[in-house]
Design a protein around this ligand. Sequence first.
Ligand SMILES: Nc1nc2c(ncn2[C@@H]2O[C@H](COP(=O)(O)OP(=O)(O)OP(=O)(O)O)[C@@H](O)[C@H]2O)c(=O)[nH]1
Ligand SMILES: [Mg+2]
Length: 324
Amino acid sequence: MSADQSGSRASTGSASTAGATAGGTTKDAKVPTVILTIGMAGSGKTTFLQRLNSHLRTQKHVPYVLNLDPAVNKLPFGANIDIRDTIDYKQVMKDYTLGPNGAILTSLNLFTTKFDQVLEFVDKRAAELDYVIVDTPGQIEIFTWSASGAIITDSLAATYPTVLAYIIDTPRTAGPATFMSNMLYACSILYKTKLPFILVFNKTDVTPHDFAVEWMSDFEAFQRALMQDTSYMSSLMNSMSLVLDEFYENLNYCGLSAVTGAGFDDFMAQVAKARDEYYAEYKPELDRVIQERLALKESDKQKQLEALLKDISISEGKEVDMDA
Ligand SMILES: Nc1nc2c(ncn2[C@@H]2O[C@H](COP(=O)(O)OP(=O)(O)OP(=O)(O)O)[C@@H](O)[C@H]2O)c(=O)[nH]1
Ligand SMILES: [Mg+2]
């Protein structure tokens, strides 16, 4: 596995409004980098964000903090914007007769309708910020597979260099089957968002992530671990592990502990690398898509004009009265 390479990037984002200049080469230090934290329930996203917040503050990089988890009971850090200030998740459960996950999704949807205002707040402070850090709801799929999650991600990425920090519960990922499931999930998110991606092996104070580094860099080592796994999953995993081998080529990764703070300098080095990837690969692709859309509108206009001319030509050679 190489931590230096990245996959091809494409975008579904909307037009860029501020910050990074078009063309994908500018790395203006005044443009804050967005770090979007995602991960399975209980993987340590909130604790990671708490540690990242204090790590950045001690380095005089005061971040702008967004909390997008409406269901978190107690936030262990001060957020500049907190979804809970505008949306009462328990009230949403009652009003819409929903269960907990449905209510989290609906809360996120309601909040997304106001996300342009959130961007305006960030825009106002952007010149003085180095980082915008974002916590997301506990259930990963609520953010990664919802329309609102995609809108939030795309609108941030259209404006600011944005990287995904995929938090992994290392002790719970130490078996080949759980490791593989987690990697496949990460892989699907990478291909969906196409944003620069960092695998963050958290809780290394409990289990060091050496096994993961070995499995990602040495295909045969993972095959050997799989052979010892006699569960019904092993033959399925065997064939899918080949897919992942390519995925690992396109990734940055690091190991850290959100509790002790070990590994955060390495994480920030990965963020700097991922920011470069954003400018080198994601941003030019985004600009290309925007240009394509604009060009499409031009060719649509041309087609409409051609259709009109055809209509005119079949009207028995008479001139068409445009005022009729
Ligand atoms: N030992 C250890 N425990 C950790 C670490 N990071 C988080 N935890 C613990 O893992 C549990 C879950 O942490 P959270 O930060 O709430 O995880 P989360 O992903 O935000 O959880 P949800 O938002 O509920 O999905 C808590 O008990 C944390 O104390 C770590 O680096 N080491
Ligand atoms: Mg959390």
